[in-house]
Design a binder for this molecule. Sequence first.
Ligand code: SAM
Length: 251
Amino acid sequence: MLEPMPAISRSYYALFFVGKRYPSLGFGTPRSTKAAFGKSSPLWQYIVDHSLREHPILKKLRLLTADHPWGQMMVSCDQAQLMANLVKLIKAKKVIEIGVFTGYNTLNMALVLPDNGRVIACDINEEYAKIGKPLWKEAGVEHKIDLRIKPAIQTLDELLAGGEAETFDFAFIDADKESYNEYYEKCLRLIKKGGIIAIDNVLWGGRVLKPRKDDLAAQNIHHLNEKLLRDARVSISMIPMGDGVTLAFKL
Ligand SMILES: C[S@@+](CC[C@H](N)C(=O)[O-])C[C@H]1O[C@@H](n2cnc3c(N)ncnc32)[C@H](O)[C@@H]1O
């Protein structure tokens, strides 16, 4: 029998960093967790060695981001590949990314979208995105990426107000955990039936098992997980990959 997915123990170890809240909140020294970023787990490494087919420019961005002080916020490459495969499978044209960071997954999705496809990429920090932008260009997919620097809730509201409800195929939620429920509700309105919402960090380094009263992020994620279980508007799969990702398929 296989041991539990190593990426989870990685998340326990890198709790405060892979936990992906934006660094302005301030967390210790991220460099100290760097050695744990995947490479310490032989089984995770095996998975990557035997499944990852990464575009060379995507790899370049991953390595560049790994060197960033907050590189642990980047989505894991195996999870990104799953999302690219889903985007391809459903022949998505319009996708939303909530939480861009340096744009690894933004580029990952843009690479598999058709030439007239579009990623609405939401973040509040342009400095991070500036790291990835030259590589979006180098990969020839810059024209597919519409970067919106403002609170993601605002961008989602603008899309809804602009008549774009039920026009998106895929959404990836990966920003501040306090707003996860709102992101989910707005994305559910924006995506078509048959579309997919991928929600990252649903295991929150294990803290969802017993969310502390003072841990708002763990509580919010846990409440959303409980709500999703009973949400008749979607069918779901919770996957122990990275820090846990739930796929919600709109019915
Ligand atoms: C975990 S990182 C995203 C990682 C990214 N998906 C990737 O593939 O590497 C979270 C990002 O959410 C952004 N963020 C935090 N709060 C936000 C908000 N209210 N609206 C939009 N973006 C936000 C942060 O600036 C940060 O870049």
